[in-house]
Design a protein around this ligand. Structure first.
Ligand code: FAD
Length: 543
């Protein structure tokens, strides 16, 4: 029996609210999911824990006048069908081109690849004539591979262990596409699934800095080095984006990556979605083994026929449901699912522009990505330190200065600089991230200063995000930027768990729709859309 005092301490339950679908999380995938469901006539509510929408695709004015794409900072993977179907440009989406990648080298030289193919070819030829030739062939082969993989991204993965004819149709479709590839492309495809980024690139190129900077795409968001098997798949993942039909191109969203989330939210609201921020979900309500709603941290219960979760499996199942309600083998698979965050982010508010020793003065090289990846050995050594529980003393850093392309994000004459950093292992051998945050920030600045010595005097303010901050502030378990590594053993029909890659879960009425589902992380929207389409199909057969 509860005492009166205990009863007063209990949160007040408001049982009046009922929706067709409640979406957990207002990141871009949750919003895409909600928009598609509402367009199909469902009554949908999105609940977001933070005060602002977007999750890892968010813009915030971290320092007065300086607006940062706090986590993700460039876009390419966002599916063109989503842009079209949700009419995102009408809702404010504008993508500005990111022109090329500038890689300063330790010997004072540089490599600067731009979107102008002829110029890039000349630049690579400056380092190696053979590589300039190979670059064309490589580009063609990667585009072929990306074309092969592209339809997979908008497909519900088949479950090869069932007799479901739709799943087998999808597998047969992939088999037929594979058969149609040229022999060379077939070999490339198998290599892309198995090799390390550097081993793969070694087959094409001889210039060390070219291989180093290209291999960087293979390690983003993974706890692997450029020489670790499997990393070449992550490299392909980053090739699959397109902007205005151009494969491989990356861009900035005007207003930061939060503008992408806001455009999706706007489209969702127009379709009738209700969105609440500062609405943190504590648990998913189960009745007779079925999800029937959610309970917020402050105690309100919201009922729904279906709950669609865009947060990662650890939060969805271990925190919001509890192991005791789940099949043992499913829990075992979830425990094996690897997060192992390895990235951090340093956002700098600058009084001016960095001046690189290897290409002094302001110029177009500052308008694209600036990659601190001077050699393959540098990249691998950065990983070595992380393997043994330390952040890299000389990390790989991918920097952009969006204020050069989109002046709206900084006061006149000032700049924002975004630095994506690897490696920052979630588990430190000594100390903890709260103690090490400043040291990590200093290391990043020191590393940049080796190439652009004026950086220190330009910094007005800095925001340092460690993997622990990504977990605490953004709900990314162990700080993994993709809600779980994009490694082969947790992709396609294995993401997030074998047998449960069709956006359904062992709990009836509970779906998954975030980056932890196929086809994974990045500002892509595909998990949200695929999950909505699957749910609507199931709904017809009664969910
Ligand atoms: C540092 C960093 C850099 C990155 N860089 C890039 C990049 O440049 N380009 C790119 O394409 N991708 C990048 N990514 C990856 C990309 O941003 C993510 O994969 C993507 O944004 C994830 O979207 P999502 O909607 O699946 O999940 P999330 O964005 O994780 O959204 C989940 C939402 O759920 C909310 N939530 C959590 N718990 C609760 C709760 N209890 N109740 C209610 N809501 C809750 C969270 O606050 C969050 O808003 C980066 C990610 C990070 C972290």
């Amino acid at each position: 029996m509860l005492t009166i005092l205990q009863q007063a301490a209990l949160p007040k339950l408001n049982m009046t609210q009922k929706y067709d679908v409640v979406v957990i999380g207002g990141g871009h995938n949750g919003l895409v999911n909600a928009a598609y469901l509402a367009r199909a006539g469902k009554k949908v509510l999105v609940l977001e824990r933070r005060h602002v929408l977007g999750g890892a695709a968010v813009t915030e004015e971290v320092f007065p006048g300086f607006k940062f794409s706090v986590c993700s900072y460039v876009v390419s993977l966002l599916r063109p069908e989503i842009i079209r179907e949700l009419d995102l440009p009408r809702h404010g989406l504008e993508i500005l081109p990111l022109d090329g990648t500038f890689t300063p080298m330790s010997n004072g030289d540089h490599l600067w690849r731009v979107n102008d193919h002829a110029r890039t070819r000349r630049e690579i030829a400056r380092h190696s004539r053979l590589d300039a030739e190979a670059y064309d062939e490589y580009g063609k082969a990667m585009i072929e591979m990306a074309h092969f993989v592209k339809p997979i991204m908008s497909m519900t993965p088949p479950d090869p262990t069932t007799l479901d004819p739709k799943g087998w149709k999808n597998l047969a479709f992939l088999g037929r596409r594979f058969q149609r590839l040229s022999n060379d492309d077939k070999y490339n495809q198998v290599q892309l699934m198995t090799m390390s980024a550097v081993d793969f690139l070694d087959q094409w190129f001889e210039t060390d800095v070219l291989k180093a900077t290209m291999s960087a795409s293979g390690i983003i968001g993974t706890f692997l080095g450029v020489r670790s098997p499997g990393t070449v798949y992550v490299l392909l993942h980053h090739y699959m984006g397109e902007i205005d039909g151009a494969f491989r191109s990356w861009g900035f969203a005007r207003g930061g990556t939060g503008a992408i989330s806001n455009a999706i939210a706007d489209a969702a609201r127009e379709a009738g979605v209700e969105i609440r921020t500062e609405a943190s979900i504590a648990s998913i309500v189960l009745k007779n083994g079925r999800a029937t709603g959610v309970v917020l941290e402050h105690g309100d219960e919201i009922r729904a026929d279906v709950v669609s979760s865009s947060v990662d499996p650890r939060l969805t199942f271990m925190k919001m449901i509890g192991e005791q309600h789940l099949p043992d083998d499913f829990c075992a698979d979830l425990k094996r699912y690897k997060y192992r965050g390895s990235s951090g982010k340093v956002n700098l508010a600058l009084d001016g522009l960095p001046d690189f020793k290897s290409m002094p003065g302001p110029g177009a090289h500052l308008r694209g990505a600036i990659s601190i990846s001077p050699s393959v050995e540098y990249m691998e050594r950065a990983y070595d330190e992380a393997k043994y529980g330390r952040f890299s003393r000389r990390p790989y850093i991918d920097m952009v200065i969006p204020s050069l392309t989109d002046p709206s994000v900084a006061p006149p004459g000032k700049h924002v600089m975004s630095c994506f950093v690897q490696y920052a292992p979630y588990n430190l051998k000594e100390g903890n991230w709260d103690e090490k945050r400043d040291e990590f920030g200093d290391t990043v600045v020191d590393t940049i200063a080796e190439h652009a010595p004026n950086i220190r005097e330009l910094i007005r303010d800095r925001q340092v995000l460690t993997p622990l901050d990504l977990e605490r502030d953004f709900g990314l378990s162990e700080g993994n930027i993709f809600q779980g590594e994009l490694t082969l053993e947790q992709l396609f029909f294995l993401r997030p768990a074998p047998g449960w890659a069709q956006y359904r879960t062992p709990i009836r009425g509970l779906y998954m729709c975030g980056s932890a589902t196929h086809p994974g992380g990045g500002i892509m929207g595909a998990p949200g859309r695929n999950a909505a389409l699957q749910l609507l199909k199931d709904w017809k057969k009664s969910v």
